[in-house]
Design a protein around this ligand. Structure first.
Ligand code: ATP
Length: 607
């Protein structure tokens, strides 16, 4: 059976420390800011397409070899014709060159196509892993993170990795190969001229070091700020009503502007400084060209090298600095991709919701008997959010939870659904410790109807069917009838096919509640969690909701966070919580007769 719905409880804001059992603890940030670790993990993804990758590498090898062969042929041809004079061989040299460059283009094209395939597969896996992992993370994790920021990791950071793998990875690899090959051939032709060409290398290395030391942190910072901006945008868009209601538009725009500006600044400096790289490389390239031409000419005059070798060197000097240039250009892209990948792996390293014990069971049926045995719980070390709670709910009973704000009512429910586990004490269902029941199975026996009903973008029918995905249309409508939702649905222009926007804008608060009841009805759970609406709903809808709830609660163990005297009065047992302690429990009459805290509350409400 599927869970009716895990509504967004009002999960409070970040807890500084986690209960270990909550499973939200972060591992030491060893992997973050760890280059080799991050690259290894990217490799782990790439290695899934080993065969294609091997083909790519083969093509890169071939293309790099062909790139070396071209200029070599030209040099050999020049020397040949200078020595032997004009001959018919030129046709063959020309044909050879055409073949070399045609093969070069073919191998480059093939490596690109295959690498795109590998890259797309890699980011597909990464994205899937991250999304699946996000859905296995414990609830406290989401209290600590902004949704938009997480989305930015899922979309922007992975996109960053994708574009780098698509283009830069090959380029970097082929640059290294070309570089090694060029140097090897240069050395074999003229060690002296090679050394002279190398004189620009230390300058290049120094320049690059100076630049990347500055741009690396800037790119990373920009990425981080971009993630935060995403979070901010998401938060302000979802909190539109509150922002408008409190006339905070200008403040929000001001804050956005400041954040936007900080990204602009980080981006400006990162791009400006890294923009020096091509200029620097170009300058040094020209310098090496001049060195080869000048000194090569002198060597040729002295007869220690041929004109052909100079031509080869001029071409190779360019080939030698070009990969360096490419490497330098790709460096920034690589830096930003590694920063992105690190941010993805950082989330992947978050501990998942603690795994179910291997001995955990799945129950087909649950009667709905619930017991708390001396349960203690705290969000933070040393606190006492729940302080020795013990009570029993027999199958089918309605338990009302009352008490002042912050008393621990929501927390008690969170423990029941195992979003958190007690620090000590046990919670049992049908006599079985709930930690021995698989979480998914446990939650599938529960349904939630909360104040703030969350509806997904989709039709009304789809939203009700969320309670049980294999329900037929007839079952969906029957559930809606029982929930008193059918008549309002039929009055809508498209009836059950009416499309709702995310959050269910377009229908009223009361109607949303009726849909939530229908959804829970369809799920047919043994245990119900109800958070009574505090907002005022018109009397007719209110009666409909009460009727619907009444039918829904029949035969199920229901926990109601109650605000209304009516509900409380009808409950089989009322648990009165205050500052985490269970002050009193009993029926309405019993508690009134006792004349304690509850009796005071009732008097207060009555007056
Ligand atoms: N994630 C959290 N981290 C730290 N403290 C929390 C967290 N959630 C709740 N608390 C604290 O635990 C206490 C109990 O909160 P809880 O939400 O259970 O109260 P409640 O009785 O449901 O209140 P209300 O009627 O206002 O919803 C409060 O003091 C609250 O501040």
């Amino acid at each position: 059976m599927l869970k009716a719905f895990t509504e967004p409880f009002r999960y409070p804001r970040p807890a500084a420390t986690q209960q270990p059992s909550a499973g939200g603890g972060r591992r030491p940030a060893a992997k973050a800011k760890n280059w080799s670790g991050t690259l290894k993990r990217i490799w782990y993804y790439l290695a899934r397409r080993q065969f294609k990758l091997a083909l790519v590498l083969l093509m890169v090898l071939l293309s790099s070899g062909l790139a070396l062969l071209g200029p070599y042929l030209v040099g050999v041809a020049i020397d040949h014709f200078l020595e032997e004079g004009p001959s018919r061989l030129w046709i063959w040299f020309l044909a050879g060159l055409v073949v070399v460059y045609a093969l070069y283009s073919l191998t480059v094209w093939l490596q690109n196509v295959w690498m795109i395939e590998v890259a797309q597969e890699t980011v597909y896996r990464m994205r899937l892993d991250l999304f699946s992992h996000l859905h296995r993370l414990p609830i406290p994790f989401f209290g600590r993170r902004q949704q938009g920021e997480l989305m930015s990791r899922l979309i922007n950071d992975i996109e960053n990795v994708s574009s780098t793998l698509n283009s830069s990875a090959i380029q970097i690899f082929s640059s290294v190969l070309t570089l090694v090959g060029t140097v090897a051939v240069m050395l074999s032709l003229s060690p002296v001229l090679t050394l002279l060409t190398f004189t620009v290398v230390p300058l290049m290395a120094l320049g690059m070091r100076w630049i990347t030391r500055r741009t690396g942190p800037l790119f990373k910072e920009r990425q981080r700020r971009l993630g935060e901006l995403n979070g901010f945008v998401e938060e302000t868009l979802s909190g539109q009503r509150i922002i408008k209601a409190f006339s905070q538009e200008q403040r929000v725009i001001g804050e956005f502007s400041a954040r936007n500006d900080s990204i602009r600044l980080a981006g400006f400096w990162a791009q400006t400084i890294s923009g020096f790289i091509p200029k620097l490389m170009n300058g040094l390239n020209n310098l090496s060209f001049a060195i080869v031409a000048g000194f090569g000419g002198i060597l040729a005059i002295h007869g220690s090298i041929t004109v052909g070798v100079i031509i080869i060197f001029v071409e190779y000097a360019r080939q030698f600095t070009r990969p360096l240039n490419d490497l330098a250009n790709q460096w920034n892209t690589l830096l930003s991709a590694i920063a992105g990948a690190e941010r993805v792996f950082e989330v992947l390293d978050e501990d998942e919701e603690a795994r179910d014990e291997s001995a955990s069971v799945s129950l087909d049926r649950l009667e709905g008997e619930v017991r708390f045995h001396n349960v203690f719980f705290s969000y933070e070390e040393g606190g006492k959010t729940l302080d020795g709670i013990s009570f029993e709910a027999r199958p089918g009973e309605t338990i009302a939870l009352v008490g002042p704000t912050g008393a621990g009512k929501t927390t008690l429910i969170q423990l029941l659904s195992r979003f958190y586990d007690p620090v000590s004490g046990t919670i049992t269902m049908d006599g079985r410790d709930i930690t021995t029941i698989r979480r998914e199975n446990l939650r599938s026996h529960m349904a939630f109807v909360l104040q703030d009903t969350f509806l997904f973008a989709g039709t009304i029918r789809e939203n009700i069917r969320y309670g049980r995905l294999d329900a037929t249309d007839e079952e969906v409508e029957a559930a809606a009838r029982l929930a008193n939702a059918h008549s309002f649905i039929m009055r809508l222009p498209d009836g059950y096919e009416k499309k709702l926007e995310t959050g269910g804008s377009g229908i009223s608060q009361g109607q949303k509640q009726l849909l939530a009841i229908a959804r829970a009805m369809l799920a047919d759970p043994a245990i119900l969690i109800l958070d009574e609406a505090t907002s005022s709903i018109d009397t007719v809808t209110e009666i409909k909701i009460q009727e619907g709830l009444h039918r829904l609660m029949k035969g199920r163990t229901s926990f109601v966070i109650a605000h209304r005297l009516n509900t409380i009065r009808q409950a089989d047992r009322i648990l009165v919580l205050k500052e985490g302690r269970l002050l009193e429990q009993g029926s309405h009459e019993e508690l009134v007769a006792r004349g304690g805290f509850y009796a005071g509350l009732v008097k207060g409400q009555a007056s």
